[in-house]
Design a protein. Sequence first.
Length: 529
Amino acid sequence: MSRATGAGLYQTGRMPVMARNVVATSQPLAAQAGLQIMMRGGNAVDAAIAAAVTLTVVEPTSNGIGGDAFAIIWDGNRLQGINGSGRAPQAWSPERFAGREQMPISGWDSVTVPGAVDLWVQLSRRYGKLPFAELFTAARHYADEGFLVSPKTAASWMAAAKLFRHQRHFRETFLPDGRAPAVGTRFSCPTQGLTLGQIAASDGEAFYRGALAEHIVDAARAAGGAMTAADLAAHRSQWLEPLALEYHSGLSLHELPPNGQGLVALLALGILRQHSIRQYPLDSAVSLHLQLEAMKLAFAEAGPQIGDPEQMHFHSKTLLASDLLAELAGRIDRRRAQWPKLQLPAGGGTVYLTSADESGMMVSLIQSNYCGFGSGIVIPQTGISLHNRGSGFSLLAGHPNRVGGGKRPFHTIMPGFVTEQGQPLLSFGVMGGHMQPQGHLQLMLRIFDHGQDPQIACDAPRWFLFEDGSVGVEHGFSATVLDKLTALGHRIRTDLPTTLFGGAQLILKTGDGYLAASDHRKDGQAVGY
């Protein structure tokens, strides 16, 4: 079907879901697991945890028990953030990686302490209504009894099989009969079920200080990895205040501070505020040119400075000062594309989910392996696949993100949240490597400058900025507009895979409930009651 908007006509197969309790994520079974928890008396945080745990089972190509996570929560009174990323093993040092041009993207030297499990625990302790163990019910069922593999997950699984089939424990766990499961086939992983049971029964202690931790350390030691029991036991998620940028009067975008890249989205939006971009027609050449130039400047300015906040040379809010935003905005040449040096992160194995309940609580949560299945390492007899977030470190001397023991690496994942007059309005995210700040920016403009509802904003075509400054575009932008962008000096690329343009999930607060949307670029759905 198609729906007309003031800005154009977009193809879609989805309608928004309107209800008083809603969940949206990238895999239908996980969305339904969260909704079932709310129907049993749980709140939005309980639902988010249940969906997040279920996603580690039903979408293992993008996240896992051994991944990291971040979240922003409106608790009914205020906005609260939590950083669930892990630190590098204490034994890591620049010398360990001497002679390399970049950090490893697989193997134990790409694995930092996984933080997702502790984030689940901390969210439940602070905000949950239901017992922690009850939130694991659906995930354990699908691990034990199996689930039918969805189409986009199957495609990602097949790609991962080519990379990691030589890894014995990966092959034994995730490649039954020696191959990736096809679309619609049943996949089960009882060892994951046992592991989730131990995590649930111990409130996460088994993972960081118990039997599961011992398995992780034993596997690291056997393969020459540096992870120790002390590294795991020392992990703690960090509660923090989100950064904010007022875009229009009373309307603010909130992102988590570094070590994530939310600062890039805030910076780009602040630059566009200086140009009053809402005055230009949506999807016009002038609007797209300004968006692209602002995003280039944001990546160039913020990207090289982001790392573990304890090691950064400036406070994040410094980059959001009005005088700097005005100076950066002044660098944009409306007549010509510019080519600042960009160093953009790779990766793209991420899930995003959002939930909201009738009490007013809203959750924006993102969880990731980083690159598909991550490092390719699977801990024997546990079903735990470990992420490769350590590959986000830099090897450059003096860089705030230079690899070092006990440091958190640069992260791509970033949950988003919008408030109006200090009250919750929109919980959203766009998974997919460095598409994430680009996606946040595009959705902000569509929804709050041009009045598109979240599902229409999801359905609309997107652009994607590559490291070399070239621009990928989806089908849907007019040929005339693309010709004008080319005349301005932009190198336009078409016929690109849909997966490049991310996957959004959104919940907009309305007068009597919520409007939830789910991106057609993923297998997921929005559900509610």
